[in-house]
Design a protein around this ligand. Structure first.
Ligand code: ZN
Length: 282
């Protein structure tokens, strides 16, 4: 699942690689991919890519005064390829053929079609529901006062930080790294945090996301590979020693994700109940 650091590095590489490239043709083989029909995709033909940026975890490709807003969901990837996609490649949801022979493709792995795109006047992107409802970007983190107001809510920190309406860009992987870095339990209530804890969480956002971006800047070439190795230290590493204190990392399993934490440093030595197990035993 691409989160802020992955989408940011992909946008940076696409911006460099695509600037000025002109569109020869555009089509959406994914039948439910396009969430807009006016303007039609054909309106891109003859236009040049003017910018690639992102809002939270969503890439935005600009073609002058038109913009393609993309939601990758959990399995979508946006990338540039040499040549044209095979019509038999079922992963291709959207393809924008460029005059120079390359192709910008939105592909999705797995059988579900969940990734989507909207072609909008560039001036309307900020007002689109998916963008307008985003909280401030998690990186660079908003000023401490603003950040404190965002996170001091009566919700567990793990879902709170992943809620794009609270703060934009953090998902299931990086949230574990941020909470571990701040030495905070994923099950602490945001409203219970004292000033010191809020400051630690604020620092951790910049440190973890900024650190991931520096890592990607070093290792990613012209484009982000589909399965870019994420420099994660604790997420999904339950059973391994904590990189800081060597206590065995524990995890709580949910239906569709896992929360990994260090019991020594984050939960006062307590091993939290496995939600999946406790549901089965109830
Ligand atoms: Zn530890």
């Amino acid at each position: 699942m691409p989160e802020l650091p992955e989408v940011e590095i992909a946008a940076r590489r696409l911006r460099n690689g695509l600037a000025g490239a002109r569109v020869a043709a555009a089509a959406a083989p994914g039948v439910v991919t396009m969430r807009t029909f006016d303007p039609p995709l054909d309106a891109l033909v003859g236009r040049a890519v003017s910018d690639v940026r992102r809002a939270g975890k969503m890439p935005i490709v600009e073609f002058g005064d038109l913009a393609l807003l993309v939601h990758l969901m959990s399995a979508g990837r946006l990338g540039v390829f040499e040549g044209r996609a095979s019509p038999r490649d079922r992963r291709v949801r959207l393809r924008i053929a460029l005059e120079d022979g390359r192709e910008l493709r939105l592909r999705e792995f797995g059988t579900q079609q969940r990734a989507w795109a909207k072609l909008l006047p560039a001036s309307e992107v900020a007002d689109d529901e998916s963008v307008a409802t985003l909280g401030p970007e998690a990186w660079p983190a908003p000023p401490l006062d603003e950040f404190a107001a965002l996170v001091r809510q009566p919700h567990h920190l793990h879902p709170l930080l992943r809620d794009q309406r609270t703060i934009a860009g953090i998902g299931r992987s990086w949230v574990d790294e941020i909470l571990w870095t701040a030495r905070l339990s994923p099950f602490r209530q945001g409203s219970e945090l004292d000033d010191k804890a809020v400051a630690a969480l604020h620092r951790a956002c910049d440190e973890v996301i900024g650190g991931a971006l520096e890592h990607y800047e070093r290792i990613v070439g012209d484009s982000l590979p589909d399965k870019a190795p994420m420099p994660l230290r604790v997420h999904a590493r339950q059973g391994e020693p904590c990189p800081r204190c060597e206590t065995t990392l524990e995890a709580v399993f949910f239906k569709d994700h896992v929360t990994t934490y260090c019991p020594q440093e984050q939960t006062g030595g307590r091993v939290l109940k496995d939600r999946r197990l406790s549901r089965l035993l109830r």
